[in-house]
Design a binder for this molecule. Structure first.
Ligand code: PEP
Ligand code: MG
Length: 759
């Protein structure tokens, strides 16, 4: 006889059930017979009148596969779509549901063929394996029973064991090859988003690690606990060793990301949940997987990119731990092709480092986001990477040829020989071009008619600074300070900020760095700072507007900048200034911080130069009043264009509608450049325009002499500058700007081609 509720009696009871299930797994009989016995056993054990298993069929349909308690005729007949009824809800959310009054729940869907109207309470959990919902396990009672947390936990553990049983029998596997074997062999083109630019050709290597868990139910829970603890210790040691590796050890954001990741290995909540699962009767590896399933289910419902990145870290650590438990660690680098393109659903930052960097040509992920940790590490290592590439994990076969086009965000599977040859040519010509740019690296950016042009880079990550010298740039024209804020867990304090800025200045050496104060808010949200929803974030409460409304934040940042630049020149500018009064208010805050530092006896910078971004058209109409007050001016052409044309810069539908080379934009630039020159105020353009050779050429024709751009653009822009006669160009531009056209792009392009200017 079973006790009234063994589950109520805690872990010992649930362990007995697991052992019985394990014996059932080993017993003979058809799958259906075994499933029938399983539901019977669970119902008895949990003292429920009903126990049912619903299996996920193709087309996201859940089918009643076995039941103790519901009418037998309903088995293989009752079907619910994902998100339909309570069973569908459990599958959709991949989360348990426990209800004393199930029929009162808005999702309850009555199926007359089941006869379930007499059962009031319901507890159901997803049956999950490798992050996928295979089905739903449900128990029901006539009375309005309140299922406790421990009962839900125990049922989840049972579902875990069941998942292995079901997968072993291949009973619930989806029908294979929904795309069809034939179409799988055809070339295919998949789209995603670029996480890191660059081209790669290689063969696909799926990032599965041969994780097969053969034993789910523990023979000896104490021994399992010990195995888990040992594996944890080994994993921590291996992580420490990896962090000490040469290519990883240098400073930069990727290093901080990895250190945070390492800290997660000590996360108490994570460890406790795994220990709980071991106490519940699972083996160490099954416990890790159970917690992983929960983590993945949470990930699926979380939109916040920061929290998702954290959960992805935990998932990654789970895989790593399984490797230690299953002794797979040593095999990892063996037999990998020389030119591998890694394919994964998602990757943790450390997982990327497990692969031999000399063989890894590119990475394609089903998930991933530009701010994800793995993308930051890929940029540091210069590995082309594409994310959000739906279908890649199922469509790319191991060893198949693959091309990663990080310029367009496309992946080409099984490309034809001619397509491959085309890409090989592009890679070779890019290499040649890079060499040509390297040749101009140490030459001055001077036009044919001896006009000097200052070329600077835009930066945000430490890694960008490493390009300062290779690019042959004279300094950093825009350092976006929000970037280091975006990858942290909490708002960095003054000292942490000062440390970041100090490192940047040290890295830049004698070259100037122009720091822009925080440009957050709107759509650039910090993960730890919940702004309220805004209908029109680009024109909302962002940048200096927040800085002036919350002066403590801005003052802390200014304080950090002053301290970091003690004894050397400090250049600061403010983002999104809309009128002169805002600039003066920001400047006053800076002055106040300087006075404070002096009063405290702190060392000040040798000189402090204050400027502003010019991104709002209204400010362009106040230059006469503004220029005498500021030391330099930076045109943010990205924002300026969106406000000038009232065209959201992030709306893909408007992406090409208005041309930066429009007479309106260029006339404005020409006017600003003239006023700055008249008042002797250095004027820089630092939006995307500055890094495109043709657009940069137009800017030079409008009188601009300072350009700040993405590091890889310096070579091409310098090459263009050196082929140019600036006086002739400005005459041509003046002529083009009198035309009533939408854009001067075509006449300007012809002008360049005729004169052999490299655009
Ligand atoms: C700009 O608006 O052109 C600019 C450089 O700033 P950001 O792209 O960071 O908004
Ligand atoms: Mg801007």
């Amino acid at each position: 006889m079973t006790a009234p509720s063994d589950i109520d009696h805690g872990w010992a009871g649930s362990r007995r059930l697991l052992r019985l299930l394990r014996d059932l797994m080993k017993a003979g009989g058809s799958s259906q017979e075994r499933l029938d016995k399983v539901v019977d056993l669970i119902a008895q054990h949990i003292v429920a009148e009903v126990c049912s298993i619903y299996a996920m069929r193709s087309g996201e349909m859940l089918e009643l596969f076995a039941s103790k308690g519901l009418k037998p005729a309903a088995v293989h007949m009752t079907r619910l779509r994902v998100n339909e009824g309570l069973v569908g809800l459990i599958a959709a959310q991949a989360r348990p549901v426990a209800l004393a009054d199930a029929q009162g729940h808005p999702n309850f869907a009555y199926r007359p063929e089941t006869g379930e109207e007499v059962y009031h309470s319901l507890m159901g959990v997803p049956i999950m394996r490798s992050g996928r919902v295979l089905g739903v396990l449900v128990v029901q009672n006539r009375t309005q029973r309140n299922y406790g947390e421990e009962e839900v936990e125990a049922l989840e553990t049972v579902a875990m064991v069941l998942a292995e049983l079901l997968a072993g029998d291949r009973l619930l596997e989806r029908p294979a090859g929904s795309g069809g074997a034939e179409s799988d062999l055809m070339p295919a083109r998949l789209s995603g988003i670029t996480l890191n630019r660059g081209l790669a050709i290689g063969v696909a290597v799926p990032h599965h690690r041969g994780i097969v868990i053969s034993q789910v139910v523990a023979e000896n829970p104490d021994a399992e606990r010990e195995r888990l603890d040992t594996a944890m210790g080994e994993m921590r040691d291996a992580l420490d060793a990896m962090l000490a590796r040469q290519e990883v050890a240098r400073a930069g954001e990727h290093r901080e990301v990895l250190e945070t990741y390492r800290m997660f290995a000590d996360d108490r909540g994570w460890r406790r949940r795994m220990h709980d699962a071991v106490r519940g009767g699972l083996t160490a590896e099954a416990s890790v997987q159970k917690v992983q399933n929960e983590t993945r289910a949470r990930m699926a419902s979380i939109k916040d990119p920061y929290l998702r990145a954290r959960l992805a870290d935990l998932d990654d650590l789970g895989n790593r731990l399984l490797h230690h438990l299953l002794g797979l660690e040593e095999k990892r680098r063996e037999d990998l092709p020389e030119d591998m393109v890694l394919i994964a659903n998602d990757l943790g930052p450390a997982e990327l480092l497990d692969y031999d960097q000399n063989r890894l040509r590119g990475v394609v992920l089903e998930q991933g986001a530009p701010t994800s940790h793995v993308a930051i590490v890929a940029r540091a290592l210069q590995i082309p990477m594409i994310g959000r590439c739906e279908g890649i994990a199922t469509q790319a076969g191991e060893g198949e040829p693959i091309i990663v086009d990080g310029e367009t965000g496309q992946v080409l599977l099984r490309p034809s020989a001619s397509v491959r040859a085309g890409f090989q040519d592009s890679i070779a010509s890019k290499k040649r071009q890079q060499e040509a740019y390297r040749a101009v690296r140490d030459l001055p950016a001077v036009t044919q008619d001896n006009q000097n042009v200052t070329l600077l880079i835009n930066a945000g990550l430490m890694i960008d600074l490493t390009h300062l010298d290779d690019a042959g740039a004279e300094g950093i024209g825009l350092y976006r300070t929000e970037v280091p804020f975006m990858i942290r867990d909490s708002f960095p304090g003054v000292e942490t900020q000062a440390d970041i800025y100090r490192r940047i200045l040290e890295h830049a050496g004698d070259k100037p760095v122009v720091f822009r104060t925080l440009d957050v808010g709107g759509d650039k949200l910090l993960p730890y700072w919940r702004g309220s929803h805004e209908d029109n974030p680009a024109m909302g409460w962002r940048a200096i507007r927040i800085g002036l409304d919350r002066p403590a934040l801005l003052r802390q940042q200014l304080r950090a900048l002053l301290r970091a630049a003690a004894g050397r020149d400090l250049y600061v500018k403010f983002p999104m200034i809309s009128d002169v009064a805002e600039f003066s208010a920001a400047q006053a805050l800076l002055q106040r911080e300087m006075d404070r530092e002096t009063a405290l006896g702190g060392a000040l910078p040798k000189a402090v130069r204050v400027g502003t971004m010019l991104e709002v058209p209204a400010l362009a109409l106040q230059l006469q009043q503004l220029l005498p007050l500021c030391d330099f001016l930076s045109l943010g052409s990205n924002d300026m264009l969106q406000f000038l044309f009232a065209a959201d810069r992030s709306n893909p539908r408007l992406a090409r509608r208005y041309d930066p080379l429009s007479p309106a934009m260029l006339s404005l630039v020409r006017d600003i450049a003239a006023q700055c020159a008249a008042q002797g105020v250095p004027f820089t353009v630092c939006g995307e325009m500055a890094g495109d050779p043709l657009e940069a050429m137009a800017l030079l024709g409008c009188g601009v002499r300072r350009l700040s751009m993405t590091p890889s653009a310096v070579g091409p822009v310098k090459t263009m500058v050196r082929g140019l006669d600036s006086a002739a160009l400005s005459d041509a531009i003046n002529q083009f700007l009198t035309l009533p056209d939408h854009s001067i792009r075509e006449p300007l392009r012809s002008y360049a081609i005729e004169r052999n200017i490299a655009i």
